[in-house]
Design a protein around this ligand. Structure first.
Ligand code: AMP
Length: 481
């Protein structure tokens, strides 16, 4: 078993001979289930996290959905359950997994059941909102090994004295940054205050903004840190482009793009639930079938829609960031940002929905005048400029939102290329500064007197943009389920 890294040290994934699941010393019922699942090689996050978690270390894992992080925490937890057999106490759970969305929680609970199918007895309960609480109360009455919950519903259950948290041996916090975005931090602190101090904590987040670091500091003891990709990078290959468009023309443009792009599954993001419903109606008028998924839909409706999207009978799914979080659909060929997100990390999460499992994906973003600043924040975060096509009809100076040098697209993170060191940010400044003469980003580009830097004409060709080698492929990930 590899030695555990020292506290706080960031363990970046290096190319090395990949271990097999047999190297971890997991108990036989688990290795048998992994054979059923046809998992042969651990993914990088699994290769790093599993030995640490088996050694009872607290772990901070910086990893996105799609990297295999669920098994990274579920396997050592199940191993622990088998090795230390205890009868769960009434209303208590031995393992608590907190996740931000119903969908993600459902997937996590399914994974525990799949990896634990030969472990008996093993009770896994899902406690999520949007479904009646009584069944959850009943299934907690005799206690369970694993409780997977969203924070709001968990607190409801605790308030109703249906769940007690004083017997938790392992806490998993999944997608911590998303919990922050969704306003769950307060709930999480409340839950953590009810847990025994003497426990193991496994903490996962795609990004580590300051507030998340503070939360981790408060929750973990001497944690080991593992990371499979640098922050804010995601899929291996995403063809990205931006279409500058008037706000009022977005509907027509979407219908046009859906008709012209050769696509299998298209995930369209809107900023609001209302916006998602509106897009569905507009597409229907244009003769295109689409369904929306968001928090106002019933759980049944969401599940039906997701199933249709998964099995290919529904080609276009409209989602808000929150609803899309945790949706595990591998064959998304296109992500369309109908609205640009105001949180740049959300862009990374969104485009990470495509180009999964080694496939190539396309991400097209519509950007109206008011979203110019969002686009620049995104480019700053991903440290690259995105090819642009201008469909705006506005005054010429309005086009200042466009970048100066779309020809500079190049592999991210290779550090090569004279004078284009992406890592130190020079690359980004090279297209950001000349536009507004000082590096300060105006909220709106109209009439700001910025120098016109690039002639507008033919649309820029779509280009391949490589972020990082994708962990799933390195690790021989399975094809989409
Ligand atoms: P996750 O990031 O946990 O959502 O996992 C993403 C997908 O990868 C899921 O469909 C898993 O079933 C699959 N997966 C996880 N680990 C492995 C592995 N070692 N080999 C093949 N597939 C895996």
């Amino acid at each position: 078993m590899p030695a555990a890294p020292r506290s706080g040290r960031l363990v970046a994934y290096r190319k090395r001979p990949l271990t097999s699941f047999n190297d971890f010393g997991l108990v036989e019922p688990i290795t048998r289930a992994l054979r059923d699942e046809k998992y042969e090689t651990p993914t990088p996050i699994q290769a790093q996290t599993i030995p640490l978690a088996l050694a009872s270390r607290d772990v901070i894992g910086i990893a996105q959905t799609g990297t295999g992080k669920t098994a990274a925490f579920a396997l050592p937890i199940l191993h622990h359950i088998v090795r230390k057999r205890l009868r769960p106490e009434r209303k208590a759970c031995r393992v608590l997994v907190l996740s931000p969305t119903r969908e993600l929680s459902g997937q996590i609970s399914d994974s525990f059941m799949a990896y634990g199918r030969y472990i008996r007895p093993l009770a896994v309960t899902l406690a999520i909102g949007g479904v009646p609480i009584n069944r959850q109360i009943r299934s907690m009455s005799h206690g369970v090994e694993v409780l997977v919950a969203t924070p709001g519903r968990l607190l409801d259950l605790v308030d109703q004295r249906a769940v007690r948290l004083d017997k938790v041996e392992v806490l998993v916090l999944d997608e911590a940054d998303r919990m922050l975005d969704m306003g769950f931090i307060h709930d999480i602190r409340k839950v953590v205050a009810m847990l025994p101090k003497d426990r193991q904590t496994l903490f996962f987040s795609a990004t580590m903004p300051q507030e998340i670091t503070r939360l981790a500091d408060a929750m973990l003891r001497d944690p080991a840190k593992v990371a499979v990709t640098p922050q804010a990078t995601t899929a291996e290959r995403v063809n990205q482009r931006v279409i500058l468009v008037e706000k009022s023309a977005k509907n027509t443009l979407l219908a046009e793009v859906l008709k012209s792009e050769k696509s299998d599954r298209v995930l369209v993001f809107t900023r609001t639930k209302h916006g998602a419903d509106k897009v569905v109606r507009v597409l229907e008028k244009a003769g295109l079938r689409a369904e929306a998924i968001h928090g106002n839909k019933s759980q049944n409706n969401r599940e039906r829609t997701l199933k249709a999207f998964r099995d290919g009978s529904l080609r276009t799914l409209i989602a808000t960031d929150i609803a899309a979080r945790g949706i595990d659909v591998d064959g998304v060929s296109h992500v369309i940002n109908f609205d640009l997100p105001n949180i740049p990390e959300s862009y990374v999460h969104r485009i990470g929905r495509t180009a999964r499992a080694g496939a190539e994906g396309v991400a097209i973003s519509f950007c109206d005048h008011e979203e110019a600043a969002y686009l620049r924040d995104i480019e700053k975060l991903i440290r690259m400029s995105i090819p642009v096509e201008n469909r705006r009809t506005g005054r010429p100076q309005e086009a200042h939102v466009q970048r100066a040098a779309p020809h500079q697209h190049k592999k991210h993170g290779n550090g090569g290329g004279k004078g284009r060191n992406h890592r130190n940010g020079q690359r980004h400044r090279s297209h950001a500064e000349p536009r507004n003469g000082g590096g300060h980003r105006p909220q709106h580009a109209q009439g700001n007197g910025a120098p016109q830097t690039a002639p507008k004409g033919e649309p820029t060709a779509m280009q391949n943009v490589t972020f990082m080698r994708e962990p799933r492929r390195q690790a021989g990930h399975r094809a989409p389920r």
